[in-house]
Design a protein around this ligand. Sequence first.
Ligand code: NAP
Length: 278
Amino acid sequence: MIQLLGKDLRKKDIAELKDKASKNVNLTFYLVYDPSFNESCSYVNSIIKTLDKVGWQHVTYKLTKSYRDYGALNKIRSIKDSMVILARPVLFDEETLISLIDYRSDPDMLTDFNKGKLYSGNLNYLPATAMSVRRLVEYYNIDCKGKKVLVIGRSISVGLPIFMYFQRKNATCTLAHSKTEKIDLNKAIIESDIIVLATGKQGLIDRKFLNNKQIIIDCGYHSNGTGDLGFVPNDNELYAYTPVPGGVGPLTITSLLKNALLLHTLYKNSKEKELNNF
Ligand code: NAP
């Protein structure tokens, strides 16, 4: 059974990003988060560690608990010359926060403009986890054309963009979610060539429905260090899978930084012009 691992790609990413930083491509990241959520704090810490490795700047911005933190809203709205990363979950109105981010400062590809690019078929606009899945699929030469792909989970930042990726690569896709009937989910699990887990829930996959031609891509991450699959497959139980930790996770942050680099490269001149006229 093949393990699909992110670590080699991550090493390459870090080297590439460091090289850019050494050639005067200097980016600053505003990391906006609610410190009352442990998962947001550890996400922000991991981003900081990677940014320090690369040599890019960062500023943290803590959201307060008020229903509408006007300081945060105004701050996010005013950021024009840096990248903005909104660590989730947040306590108040995520949609409002996202709507304030300039699409050129949005490496998570969550603004309407960047989502629109993806939904028009441009696969450069994938949010970080979806981009990590794309990169693993391409690195391991997994052929998607005509394959049956089941994506479980339809969040705007993980499941749905992964679904968009596979359908664009000419797979025949099924999207399951919390309202999918168990009997339909099990049928789709049996029939699928590739199964992507993006729910934050374990116990959805009964291993008796798996076979050794299938690939499982597990985007989940739980505080005990396991993924959404919740068990380690035996040799021969699957054709390939992404272990947790070690599969998708190692690529998430470098994919985010590569997205930032893409936006910077695309829009550098238009931003400079705007800032000069400010
Ligand atoms: P989310 O916003 O909570 O969305 C969860 C999705 O799973 C929803 O679409 C939900 O369906 C669906 N779902 C929940 N229970 C289900 C069930 N019993 N059967 C089928 N579908 C079910 O979570 P998320 O942000 O997408 O994160 C998903 C997973 O990815 C989590 O484990 C998270 O830790 C992980 N994640 C990993 C990374 C990484 O770097 N690897 C990054 C971000 C997230 P409804 O739409 O019907 O509610």
